[in-house]
Write a protein that binds this ligand. Structure first.
Ligand SMILES: Nc1nc2c(ncn2[C@@H]2O[C@H](COP(=O)(O)OP(=O)(O)O)[C@@H](O)[C@H]2O)c(=O)[nH]1
Ligand SMILES: [Mg+2]
Length: 396
């Protein structure tokens, strides 16, 4: 399952983000989960399900369909708070950077209201500039990776020269355990001094930063957008950084809970909710819901939580959703389930790569694929499109 790590300094709302994104998943999911530790849980990304367009009733197996929206599982990791100096073992230290590296994409949660200082301690709202937090976090991760990359450097470089080793492969080996691909290292080296013998500390740090940007894309979730001091900061942050999503984890938790209790109808990512049982809500609850509608949903279009997950998977990691089926006319699997599985695949994948993502046996026995909408056989180098329904034909 694709993993997203939630990171940032203490008290910005990482756990609130994590809980709001994963709470409803447990409730809704009807498929078994793999074992997941305390700080890992299943969340979902959401796309339109083809069932509406095709006017069929689907029987999802690996995912969920709600009101014509397909919810596809991903894994979220709540990485404990990072403070300046963490790469030197300060605060919670290295274990957390190890946790972080399991993920393919990072969500950096910041307190946009500026009511926590750089160490994560509460201060007067608006008195801390959250822009500082953005720079510090990246620097922490870069310096931590640099520490690993440059371990035994002098000896290593001597060995590369003596044994004519490939420097990219050596760097790749140094970073093993971080899930970083050798292609990403080769790409990251492009604008660095080509002769590794001339690399100074700054070159190596720059290389590390390039690797991080390429291999582990990051977005900023500007949380606590519900607080009055946030709006200005969010504007400033958006001017300076790409990939910024305003959010209110607390609002999302309130909405998800109210929806679970049947008080409102709300699907994560929506820009509104409908009150279903007004008589069961007291005055304060009604006020709180109204506040969320006016100050979050009307202003930002959503609570930002679902947007952040979708953004990570569909934009930063550039995935699409493809539906493999066996029967291209009924859109079913062997057991007659309609549109059973939605599979997240990297954009640019072809049908054989899809087959391997479904099962290695199916990949090994792949013959060709049929587009279930057109009933036409597609070429082996056909680039899969978002929402494609594909029947894979195998040998034997
Ligand atoms: N106003 C507001 N407070 C929030 C929001 N998200 C979290 N908080 C509060 O911020 C504090 C820290 O939250 P927590 O999720 O434990 O932060 P973590 O240390 O980063 O995991 C708690 O008091 C939360 O109630 C939010 O969206 N809006
Ligand atoms: Mg926490």
């Amino acid at each position: 399952m694709l993993q997203i790590a939630v990171t940032g300094k203490p008290n910005v709302g990482k756990s609130s983000f994590f809980n709001s994104a994963t709470a409803s998943s447990v409730e809704m999911a009807n498929y078994p989960f793999t074992t997941i530790d305390a700080n890992k849980a299943v969340a979902h990304v959401i796309k339109d399900c083809p069932c509406q367009e095709l006017d069929v009733t689907c029987n999802p197996r690996n995912s969920i369909c709600r009101d014509g929206k397909r919810l596809l599982p991903i894994e979220l990791i709540d990485v404990a708070g990072l403070v300046p100096g963490a790469h030197e073992g300060k605060g919670l230290g290295n274990k957390f950077l190890d946790d972080l590296m399991q993920a393919k994409v990072f969500i950096h949660v910041i307190d946009a209201s500026g009511s926590t200082n750089i160490e994560g301690n509460p201060v007067d709202p608006g008195s801390h500039d959250p822009l500082e937090d953005i720079e510090f976090l990246e620097e922490e991760i870069v310096m931590w990776m640099y520490g690993i990359l440059s371990r035994n450097w002098v000896r290593l470089i001597r060995k590369v020269g003596a044994e004519h080793l490939d420097i990219s492969k050596v760097l790749f080996d140094q970073l093993s355990g971080t899930g970083i691909a050798i292609e990403d290292i080769i790409e990251a080296k492009r604008n660095i001094e080509p002769d590794y013998n001339k690399w100074e500390e700054e070159d190596l740090i720059e290389l590390t930063r390039n690797i991080l940007h390429i291999a582990k894309p990051m977005m900023i979730v500007a949380n606590k957008a519900d607080l009055p001091t946030s709006a200005d900061n969010i504007k400033r942050i958006k001017e300076k950084f790409p990939n910024v999503i305003p959010a209110s984890a607390e609002s999302e938790i309130a909405l998800v809970k109210a929806a679970e209790a049947g008080l409102i109808s709300y699907l994560p990512g929506d820009d509104h909710f409908d009150i279903l049982q007004k008589d069961k809500l007291n005055e304060n609850q009604l006020k709180a819901l109204e506040y969320i509608q006016t100050n979050i949903l009307d202003v930002y279009g959503s609570t930002g939580i679902q947007d952040a997950l979708n953004y990570g998977i569909f934009e930063l990691l550039d995935n699409i959703v493809v539906y493999p089926v066996q029967d291209e006319h009924k859109y079913t699997d062997q057991k007659g389930n309609v549109l059973p599985d939605g599979i997240l695949v990297p954009k640019g994948s072809n049908p054989r790569e899809l087959a391997y993502l479904v099962h290695s046996d199916i990949g090994d026995n792949f013959m060709h694929a049929v587009d279930a909408r057109s009933h036409m056989r597609v070429a082996s180098d056909y680039e899969l499109k978002d929402g494609d329904i594909i029947s894979i034909v195998t040998k034997g």
